[in-house]
Design a protein. Structure first.
Length: 215
């Protein structure tokens, strides 16, 4: 099972959601993201939010369309996205995709990137990827990882989430590396490219943010 979560980020940054509507997918709407889903003909299985970013008419439309809604007060300890993600993780899916989580407010963007760390903290095997029109973002823990060349997202960047990522090795890349320590704040691994259909990256300590992008 795959769970797709759509938050209320700018519509112009959303990819074509039809590409992610395969079988065995559950859709979750978050705040204004519920309205965006319904406007695209996608009825979410469940909705989360305080719904402070929709008009009264839009909220009435949502309430008439969505069978299960989890409504919260605006004054709460978690963001709407975190509440939705925690629910999704409890369903034990194979994969979770986050849409509408970039653009607009930088504080929400940074919070959403950090939420990708949640399954790693819990030693979960669930894969989470944040996706918009130009980027795919995911986190990886130490080990050796295989990565496939994609036609659209040709640029690959590696950014430390922790103070240090130790012994980073990149093979099959335009700019290879061998056992380099990458500290938080380094731009050494920004905008690399694969030269083959597949490449590998490995490291022994830390957490990496992997960003696949196109202009």
């Amino acid at each position: 099972m795959i769970i797709n979560i759509l938050a209320g980020g700018p519509e112009e940054l959303l990819p074509d959601l039809r590409e992610y509507s395969e079988e065995q997918v559950l859709w979750v709407g978050v705040d204004r993201g519920v309205f965006h889903l319904l406007n695209r003909g996608i009825k979410p299985n469940i909705a989360f939010g305080d719904f402070d970013s929709v008009t009264p008419d839009e909220l009435s439309f949502i309430e008439n369309q969505v069978n299960e809604m989890k409504r919260y007060k605006p004054e709460k300890d978690e963001t709407d996205m975190e509440l939705a993600l925690n629910w999704a993780l409890a369903q034990r899916p194979e994969k979770i995709r986050l849409f509408g989580a970039t653009g607009g407010r930088i504080d929400h963007l940074m919070a959403n990137v950090q939420l990708l760390y949640t399954p790693l903290l819990e030693n979960s095997t669930v894969k989470i990827c944040l996706i918009d029109r130009y980027n795919q973002v995911f986190l990886t823990s130490p080990g050796k990882h295989k990565i496939k060349k994609l036609k659209n997202e040709k640029y690959i960047s590696f950014v430390p989430l922790t103070l240090m990522v130790a012994n980073l090795t990149l093979e099959g890349f335009k700019f290879p590396l061998k056992n380099r320590h990458i500290s938080l704040g380094s731009t050494l691994c920004i905008s690399n490219e694969l030269i083959n259909d597949y490449g590998t990256f490995s490291f022994s300590e830390g957490i990496l943010i992997v960003i696949r992008s196109h202009d």
